[in-house]
Every structure is written in structure tokens, then in C-alpha cells.
Design a protein around this ligand. Structure first.
Ligand code: PMP
Length: 460
């Protein structure tokens, strides 16, 4: 291993890294990035990487977008901060709320601003509770999410997240949060079952959980259209229509977490439209500003808003809000981002390039390490397996996914290994056909090196 740079040493001495192996980081150290341009990042040694995950599924317009830089600078000069508490407002916040209301995937009335996906989903939990208190249903408080769903890491949103490493040792989930089955066809479908049968089984299982808990105790169900961090999991056909029928039967709110799928990723403005979801309320973040500023939003339907007005009369205020709810610089950048998506027809662009992306992705399904290559629009994943026929996974301790990401980095490609040795891809939406080709060439070489490593180490 080459000696650590001065920056790397300073990092190791000072930074507690999110989602990092704290033990190995002390010797491996960080990759320190210095700048970005388009879909490329450059580290402190000048090495070039294709950003295959758009940062953390978020930099949809890539790096170096001067219009976004200008929008931020202009707003910073004019009004760098103003809040929205106690009825205060500002024009970028109003313009952003108007735009979100116009493009939302369901009928909405008001927009509540936050700074992240976790804050959006924490707010969703609190609003579901507030709403049911307003309706005089104090027992209707449980929120159901799905195993392997990802909704954030704050106390409530980490509880919604259905992944063991977000719960174990953090004393989570909190009470009133339940998890139903993960609709993962590759791992969950039984022999002889069709996608529709599998969807029926998943919806029946949700129905049974609500029955067991008592429908009067269940407030909401939350789902990502396509699960991202849980493994890029695409539910079977008819899943959402069957789930929706169950939710309607028991008057359970449907929360759509569009933090990854929102703003064109699946080939429609919102993932709900591609997947045929009919939500009541929506969380967005990440690509809302192409990640140039931290901002998210919760979209609130009229019936919730009306009930909230009545409830807030009791204490004279709606007691929820962040200092940075609707930060004007973040809002100005988000307004500009949405303007660019519209002007550049980002949805049309995704539909134009995704066939190339998906066909190169699916071709890697033939690789000896890959059990399934799956994807939709401009998101995809490779699920690595020790045995393609039986779908047997590698021993997690062997770290085969991490090995692929390390080989990919050496090839100049950033991808992410998710739990279960799943390699996720979610490049900036501005990627060109040639860059897609280059991305998969680099990934193919990384997989070949990983295969050689697996064979040499007898990891099967
Ligand atoms: N929801 C989804 C679907 C996400 O993918 C994420 C982040 N990966 C979050 C919520 C949490 O967002 P944040 O990290 O901005 O808090």
C-alpha cells in the first residue's frame, strides 16, 4: 500500500466517518476528492473517477453546474438566511413550494421544508401522529415500513429503515414502528410463483400484519418506489395496486419516499408514476437540488392540512420546524435545479439513455460473480453470488462486494457495495452514452479482478 498522504493522516486523526468501517479506516485512510466536472471526480493525486453512484444517489446534474453555483451566490448576496417560523417567508421558498405542488405525483396542498431525507421522514412520522391526534384517534399511531427499506438515520427514520446495522447497538427501532416483508423477487419469489402471485402474497402479509396489530392502531405505511440502499429492489408487477387496496381498507396513510427515485431517476418525474403508486404524501430530498445544497420536503395533502389547522389551535402553534426549514439559499438552488430539469427535459433524457445503461448492466448478468443484474431507468444493481444456480450468497465476512468496489476504484470508478454483496449503480442523469460505455468497461474489469481474487482465495 502506498504511504498515506498528509491529508489522509489528518483525516484519520480527526474525522469520525459516517457509514465507514472505523477499524480498517485507521490504516486504509480516505480517498480525498478535490474537484468534480460532469460525471467525473478527481482526487488529491489527480486520479480521475466516474461517479457511478451520483455521490449518494443525489448529484443528478453532475459536477460543475455553473447555473446552480450562480443561483446560490446570487441568493447568498441578497438574503443568505431567513427562516419560516412564526409566519415568516421568502420568495425562493414560496417559488419552490409552488413548483413542487405543481409537479407532485399526487394531489397535495402544502409543502414543509427540511434539510435531508431523514428529516423528511422523521417529519412524516410526526405528521402521521399529529394528524391522528387531530382526528381524535390517539391509538392510530403505528407506522409500517419494509424490511430492507431505507428511510434515513435519525431516531424515527432509522427505525423505519429496515436494515440490521441501523438498529443493532443503537437500541432501535422505537416503539410503534413495524416492518413488513421485502418484495424482493430474486430472493423472495417461490418456485412456480408468478410476479403477480408474489405481489398478492406480499399484500396479504401486509394485510395480516395490520389485522394482527389492529387496524385502529395503524397510521401509515411508507415505501420507496424502488428500494435503493436496501439493494436496488424492484417490487413485482401489481405490488403497489395490491398494497394500496389494503391501505385503503384500513384507512392507513400511504407515504411515498421519493428521496432516491424522485426527479427523473426511473424515467418519470417521480418513481410513483413509473411504479403505479398512489400515495397520500411524499418525501423528497437529494436530487431536489442535485445535492448542491442540503434540502428536502414533505408534501402534505389537504385533508391532513385541514386537520392540522384544528389541532394547532389548541396550543396556538404547530410545534415542529428546523432552523433550516426552507433555507433560502438551498431553496433558490432547488428552484434552479427544477428549472433545469424541465428545460433540459431530464425525463426525456433518462428515457433516451436508459436503454443503453440497462442493456450494458444486464450483460453483466452473465459474469460468473453475478447472480442477478437488475435495474430500471438510471438505477441498477448487481447481486453477487457464490453459486449462480442455487443463488447462494458469499459469506458476508469475505467482503466480496467491498473487494469489487476497491477494484473499481483502482479502475477509476466509484460504485457502492450494499449489504448482501450488492453493487449499486446510480450515475448522474447527465451521463452520456460514451460515458456509460466507459463506466461499464471499468466495472467489467473490476469484476474480472474480483473473480480472480475469489478463485485464488477459494471464497466459494
Ligand atoms: N430515504 C431514502 C429513500 C434514502 O435513500 C435516503 C438516503 N440514502 C434517505 C431517505 C435519508 O436521506 P438523508 O441521508 O439525506 O438523511
Amino acid at each position: 500500500m502506498p504511504p498515506l498522504s498528509n491529508l489522509a493522516v489528518r483525516d484519520i486523526e480527526t474525522v469520525l466517518h459516517p457509514y465507514t468501517n472505523l477499524d480498517t479506516h485507521r490504516t486504509i485512510g480516505p480517498i480525498v476528492f478535490e474537484r468534480g466536472e460532469g460525471v467525473f471526480l478527481y482526487d488529491s493525486n489527480g486520479k480521475e473517477y466516474i461517479e457511478g453512484l451520483a455521490g449518494l444517489w443525489c448529484t443528478s446534474l453532475g459536477y460543475g453546474n455553473e447555473e446552480l453555483v450562480e443561483a446560490a451566490a446570487e441568493q447568498m448576496r441578497r438574503l443568505p438566511f431567513s427562516h419560516m417560523f412564526a409566519g415568516k417567508s421568502h420568495d425562493p421558498g414560496i417559488a419552490l413550494a409552488e413548483k413542487l405542488k405543481e409537479i407532485a405525483p399526487c394531489e397535495i396542498s402544502k409543502v414543509f421544508f427540511v434539510s435531508s431525507g431523514s428529516e423528511a421522514n422523521d417529519t412524516q412520522v410526526k405528521l402521521a401522529w399529529y394528524f391522528n391526534n387531530a382526528l381524535g384517534r390517539p391509538n392510530k399511531k403505528k407506522i409500517i415500513s419494509r424490511l430492507r427499506g431505507y428511510h434515513g438515520v435519525t431516531v424515527a427514520s432509522a427505525s423505519l429503515t429496515g436494515l440490521p446495522y441501523n438498529h443493532i447497538d443503537f437500541d432501535l427501532p422505537i416503539s410503534n414502528i413495524l416492518h413488513t416483508d421485502c418484495p424482493h423477487p430474486y430472493r423472495g419469489m417461490e418456485a412456480g410463483e408468478t410476479e403477480e402471485d408474489f405481489a398478492t402474497r406480499m399484500a396479504d402479509s401486509l394485510d395480516a400484519l395490520i389485522q394482527k396489530e389492529g387496524p385502529d392502531t395503524v397510521a401509515a405505511f411508507i415505501a420507496e418506489p424502488v428500494m435503493g440502499a436496501g439493494g436496488v429492489i424492484i417490487p413485482p408487477k401489481t405490488y403497489y395496486e395490491k398494497v394500496k387496496a389494503v391501505l385503503d381498507k384500513y384507512d392507513v396513510l400511504f407515504i411515498d419516499d421519493e428521496v432516491i427515485c424522485g426527479f427523473g431517476r426511473l424515467g418519470t418525474m417521480f418513481g410513483a408514476q413509473t411504479m403505479g403508486m398512489q400515495p397520500d404524501t411524499v418525501s423528497v430530498a437529494k436530487a431536489l437540488s442535485s445535492a448542491y445544497q442540503p434540502i428536502g420536503a414533505v408534501m402534505v395533502p389537504e385533508r391532513m392540512y385541514q386537520a392540522m389547522i384544528d389541532e394547532s389551535k389548541k396550543l396556538g402553534t404547530f410545534g415542529h420546524g428546523y432552523t433550516y426549514s426552507g433555507h433560502p439559499v438551498a431553496a433558490a438552488v432547488a428552484v434552479k435545479t427544477l428549472e433545469i430539469y424541465e428545460r433540459e427535459d431530464i425525463v426525456g433524457k433518462v428515457n433516451a439513455i436508459s436503454p443503453t445503461f440497462q442493456s450494458r448492466l444486464k450483460a453483466l448478468g452473465e459474469h460468473p460473480l453475478v447472480g442477478e443484474a437488475r435495474g430500471l431507468g438510471m438505477i441498477g444493481a448487481l447481486e453477487l453470488v457464490a453459486d449462480k444456480d442455487t443463488r447462494r450468497a458469499f459469506d458476508p465476512k469475505a467482503g466480496v462486494g467491498a473487494k469489487v468496489t476497491a477494484f473499481a476504484e483502482a479502475e477509476g470508478l466509484i460504485v457502492r457495495a450494499l449489504g448482501g454483496d450488492i453493487i449499486a449503480l446510480c450515475p448522474p442523469l447527465v451521463i452520456s452514452e460514451d460515458e456509460i460505455g466507459e463506466l461499464f468497461d471499468r466495472l467489467g474489469r473490476a469484476l474480472d479482478k474480483a473473480e480472480a481474487f475469489v478463485s485464488a482465495q477459494n471464497l466459494r
